[in-house]
Structure formats: C-alpha cells, structure tokens
Design a protein around this ligand. Structure first.
Ligand code: CUV
Ligand code: SF4
Length: 655
C-alpha cells in the first residue's frame, strides 16, 4: 500500500474538501484517513468462508520459511494460503461479473418491453446496429419490421444469461485463434449466470482447493462478463439509445449552476438517465422550475451513468467516483438520483448536512434514510418527471452556504468502436487500416486501455493522469473508460489540442491529421467491451499478428477499487492483454498464487497481470511490453526510422 501525499490533483476537489472541512462534513477522504486497511485482508489472506474461521494466513514475515513450514500455515480446514488467496480473488471476479451482467440483463428487459410495444418512451435509435446484432446472433432479418427483429434479439440475449450449455454467442466476436485457445483450455462460458453460480460454488468451503483450477473457472466467469454481460449491455444500449459519436461536453464540479435546479444522476444503468435527459428539457417542467425562482433545470452526471449520457447527449459530467460527496458539499444540489453500483452510503450522511435529497430509484439498491422513488420501466417518462419535480420542489430549501468551484474542462468524447472506424477510414470505407498502418510504420507505438476507478487510498486522479501522460508522450494512443477517462478529461487530455502539448511527435501528427484527442473516451465500465471489439478489429484488419496477444497493446487500472475492476482485468488478461494494476494488489499474501497470475497466465493466455503502484513505472512496463510485441512482429525498426525522420525534419525546420 502506497501512502498518498496529497488528496487530489484536481483543484475543484481540493476546494470542496476545504469547504467540507470548514463545515465539519465528513467525506470518504476523512474516513479513509481514519480507517486503515486491514493488512491481512488486503493481501487476500483472510478467509471467512465458514464459521470455523475467519482464518488468517498472512505472508510469512520470515523470508526463509521452508516449504514444510509454509504447508503448515493453513486455515482450520487445512486450506492453504494459495487456496485462500485464489478463492478471495475469484469471488471478486464473480461479484464483478454479476454486477456488469445484471446491468446487461436490465437493459435487455427494457429493450424487450420496447420491442413488444409495452413502453412508448424508448425506441430503436440505431437500426444499423440492430441489424448487425441480428446477424451476429442468428436472428432472421428478411423483410421483417425492426420491432420484430428487436424482439428476437432481446429473446436471444435474455437466454444468454440462463443458458446451461454450448457457448455464449459473442464469443464468436473474438479472433478465431483466441476462441480456439479458450476451447482448448475449457474456459468458454456456457451461460452468464451459470458461470457466476459455479464460481461461487467452487469457492465455497471445501470445494475447489487447487488455485489453478479455481482460476480456470474464474476466467470463465470473467469472459462471461467481457464477452457476455458487458458486451450485451453495450450493444443493446447502443441499439436503443444510439451508438455514441463525437460529442463536445464539459466536466467537473463547475458544471453545476448557481441559479438553476441541479439534478445529478449517479450510478450505472442508462435507462432512467436517458429519460431524465429528455425530461430536464421539458418546457412544462422548466416553467415549473421558474415558478420556484430558478432559471431552469440543470442535469449533470456522476460516475459511469455520466459517461453513458455524456457520450450520447453531451450531458455534462460533475465528476468521478471520489467526487460524489463533494458535489453535495457545494450546497447547490437539489437531488442526487442514484441507481446501482459505486454509490457510497456516505452520501446520505453528507446529504443530511445540506438540503440535498438523495433519491434511490432501483429496488435492488436502497439506502437507509434516502427517499425511494422506484423507476418504472413501463413508464420511464413518468418516473423521470416525478423525480425532476421532486428536485424542483426542493430548490427553495437551498441554504446560504452555496459555493460551486469555478472549474470545468471541455472534452470531446463518444469514441465508440464504430466512430473510430469512420473517423479513421471514412464513412464509405470505414476501417482500421489507417490505424494499423500507422502502428506498423511506427508513428503510433501502440495502444493502451487505461480504465477503472478512483481509490481513496491513493491521490485522486493522480495515477491516471501521470500514467496517461507518460504513455502519450511515448506515442501510445490511449483508449479510456470509467473514472479514468474522467480523470484524463479533467486534466485537459481529451481535446485535440492536447496532442501538440503532451504527445510524442508520431502520435501528435496522427491526432492533428485526424483531429482526435490522444486519449479516446469510449464510455462507461461496461463499454470496456468496446475495447475488446476494437482490439479484435485491429487484429482482423491484418498486419499485426492474428490474435489480441500479438498486438502492441496493454491495459491498466491504476486507481482501481471495485470488484468489477478485477473481473475486467481478468477478461483482459484472458483475451491476451498485458494488464497492470496500481494502488494495491489483493493476492500478495500468496507468492505462488500471485506468480500464477503474473507469470503462468502469460504462458496460458499470452496476457498476464502485473502490479506496479508507481504510475510512471507502470506506464514504462506497458511501453516495454508494447516494444516487445513490436519486435516479435518485426516492426520495431520502422519506428526508429520514423523518429529519425522526424528528428531530421525538425532540425531542418529549425534551420
Ligand atoms: Ni463503472 S466501477 S468507480 S463508476 S470506474 Fe468509476 Fe465507473 Fe470504478 Fe465505479
Ligand atoms: Fe478457515 Fe477453512 Fe473455514 Fe476458510 S473455509 S474460514 S480457511 S476453516
């Protein structure tokens, strides 16, 4: 665990932390200072899977521990440090996969209601994508109506969750070689729910007690997330709400408005957020807000829901994970509307110090003390209206202690896989060819996915920004999602002008020619599936090997905290990606199991885990990996030439 020196690199966050301190409001930053992490649990060495424990098998302090001594250090049932660390790790995968996938399931349910005509408020926004999905899923197109096709697509997707055998449909989206490898290793997911259930079973007391075998199922569940639940969520959301295209927006606490009703939507699933985006523009509701003395209604997003509606509608983002309580600390938030995932219970305590109404909207996620207003999928518009009305009604209750930091940054987002395709190849011959060519000729050194959360155990946004800057300085194009993307945006890295200032010469040239930022915002956490699809598209375009593991590419989550991040990391690794995490690593209590993740996995999958809390060092590891892959592809020399050319050109320019 690295001790953090400063709380945040973000000025708006620090300003609100001061306000919170003045007003004696306790936030996650204070709680983190007070509650030290448990060192035994932190390294994955605490087992509470049965009532003979909890048992603790921490890493031996004594480095000279013999294998015999090591074997004697077990839980009451005899479970070894390896088994305990593996079970704990695997259960994080199960929880992460369950979360993304349950999100996917809800989206499919709403999509089905729409296709059946049971809700009039949603529609098919991207017909192209619907047809592509139908083809992928073997749904007949013929000259059937879109709604009929959609209904069948919904039914097939729905079955993916409860399927008992066979293979998940989207596995076929992966490179052929990858699919074969998965089949050989026996890790192709059969059904999403089944893999999660089996993983929970196998990690129950007294079942699977071979860490390698546990991780086979751990991998199968993770793949059921990336190439299953998450991918379903992304694809169906695109169908129903539109596939993102480049959008200009703004981010940070400064998007809140002093003279308007501020409604924040926080969480993950976009259905309610979509409706709030529409209803916040409703003339009648705006008039109602004016009747209460406000100039209008200002909707803004928080966490991954923010990414969803910013990507599709340009709705501004208030902030990322560690800023959720601080938004309320401004004193200017009438309603904080939440659904599922990454919602701190601390919000309620902070909301109590202000006039803010914390509104839960999903029966799966209630918070003691908060107001519950159930979102009705049959009647999304009415639900959204009621919520906004409650926020407006709360406007006159605003206190005197309002202070909104005057800090916000512009960003361009909306880089779905399809958009990147068009931007690079043009509308009529959309393709990754130019990207591949520029990787091969060395202007772009490689690709990096920098994703994931914030974590109160490390400087807010610090690792994301330091890592990304190091990568783009070295000509690595960065794809980003989640709270990491927001950190990059706040640091000004998601505008095309960032290229000149922060990138190496090769990447800067590409960004300037195409007019893209050096860090491409691809969406929410479930949209990490877009990175899988993009990586596969690069493979299929040719010239860079025949599997994801051949690509000069790497992944990272330098400030991860959620179990979802572990599921994502595992499906990245199993898809062939070198993946490095920061802040803390949850298996260090077992050297042997950690070795399995950090070494054996490379032999199995061509991708592996790594841990490096220093973000610049971690970026260097990623670059090293990228260079290793370039060398294996025989394209290491081209890069030297390009850089040489550029240096010469600059010398000439200087003359
Ligand atoms: Ni799903 S999972 S803190 S909001 S990225 Fe942000 Fe993103 Fe992690 Fe949560
Ligand atoms: Fe202890 Fe074994 Fe029970 Fe875990 S399962 S708590 S190691 S006895």
């Amino acid at each position: 665990m690295v001790e953090k020196e400063i709380k945040s690199i973000d000025a708006a966050t620090n300003e609100m932390l001061e306000k919170a301190a003045q007003e004696k409001v306790r936030t996650v930053f204070d709680r983190a200072a007070q509650m030290k992490p448990c060192p035994i649990g932190g390294e994955g060495s605490c087992c509470s899977n049965c009532a003979m424990g909890p048992c603790r098998v921490p890493l031996a302090k004594n480095k000279t521990e013999t294998p015999e001594e090591h074997a004697l250090r077990t839980g009451v049932c005899g479970a070894t440090a390896e088994t305990i660390a593996a079970r704990n790790f695997a259960r994080k995968i199960a929880a992460g996969t369950a979360s993304h996938s349950d999100h996917g399931r809800r989206v499919v349910e709403a999509f089905k209601l729409m296709a059946e005509g049971k809700t009039k408020d949603f529609a098919i926004k991207d017909e192209q994508k619907l047809l592509k999905l139908a083809l992928d899923l073997g749904v007949e197109i013929g000259n059937r109506k879109n709604e009929e096709i959609a209904l069948d697509v919904a039914k097939v997707c729905e079955k993916e969750f409860g399927k008992q055998d066979g293979e998940l449909a989207f596995i076929k989206n992966a490179p052929v070689k990858r699919q074969e490898l998965w089949r050989k290793l026996g890790v192709v997911p059969r059904g999403i729910d089944r893999e999660v259930v089996e993983l929970m079973h196998r990690t129950h007391m007294g079942v699977d007690q071979d860490y390698k075998n546990i991780m086979l199922q751990g991998t199968r569940a993770a793949l059921a997330d990336g190439w299953g639940g998450s991918m379903i969520a992304t694809e169906i959301q695109d169908c129903m709400f539109g596939t993102p295209t480049p959008t200009l927006s703004e981010i940070n606490l400064g998007v809140l408005k002093e003279d308007m009703v501020n409604v924040i939507i926080h969480g993950h699933e976009p259905a309610l957020a979509e409706m709030l985006a529409v209803e916040s523009q409703d003339p009648e509701l705006i008039k109602y807000a004016e009747s209460k003395g406000a100039k209008g209604i200002n909707l803004a997003g928080m966490c991954c829901t923010a990414n969803e509606i910013m990507m599709r509608h340009g709705v501004p983002i208030v902030g990322n994970y560690l800023q959720q309580e601080l938004a309320i600390v401004t004193g200017a938030v009438e309603a904080m509307v939440v659904d599922v995932q990454c919602i701190m219970q601390g919000l309620q305590e902070v909301a109590r110090c202000f006039h803010t109404k914390l509104i839960t909207t999903d029966e799966r996620a209630k918070i003691t003390g908060a107001t519950h207003m159930q979102f009705d999928e049959h009647n999304p518009r009415e639900s959204a209206k009621a919520i906004i009305k409650a926020a407006v009604d709360n406007y006159p209750n605003r206190g005197k202690n309002v202070r909104i930091p005057n800090i916000k940054t512009p960003l361009i987002a909306g880089f779905s896989h399809e958009t990147i395709n068009y931007l690079l190849g043009g509308l009529f011959r959309a393709s990754y060819r130019p990207l591949n060519d520029n990787i091969i000729n060395g202007r772009i050194r490689g690709l990096a996915g920098v994703v994931g959360c914030n974590n109160a155990r490390t400087t807010h946004d610090g690792a994301h920004v330091a890592m990304i800057k190091e990568l783009i300085k070295n000509d690595v194009l960065v794809l980003s999602t989640g709270c990491g993307a927001m950190a990059a945006a706040k640091a000004g890295l998601m505008v095309p002008e960032a290229a000149k200032q922060f990138c190496g010469p090769g990447l800067a040239e590409i960004c300037e020619t195409v007019g893209i930022p050096p860090v491409l915002h691809m969406g929410a956490c479930v949209d990490n599936s877009r990175i899988l699809i993009a990586a596969t598209a690069v493979v299929k375009d040719g010239g860079l090997g025949d599997d994801i593991s051949d690509l000069p590419a790497a992944g990272a989550a330098p400030e991860w905290m959620s179990e979802k991040a572990i599921a994502i990391g595992q499906y990245f690794v199993a898809s062939g990606m070198y993946t490095v995490f920061g802040t803390t690593w949850p298996t260090l209590g077992s050297g042997e199991f950690t070795n399995h993740l950090f070494k054996d996995m490379e032999e199995m999958y061509g991708g592996k885990w790594d841990f490096q809390p220093d973000p610049v060092q971690a970026a260097k590891l990623m670059i090293e990996h990228i260079d290793k892959k370039r060398k294996a592809l025989g394209i290491d020399k081209s890069r030297e030439r390009v850089l040489y050319d550029m240096a010469m050109r600059r010398e000439l320019d200087a003359v």
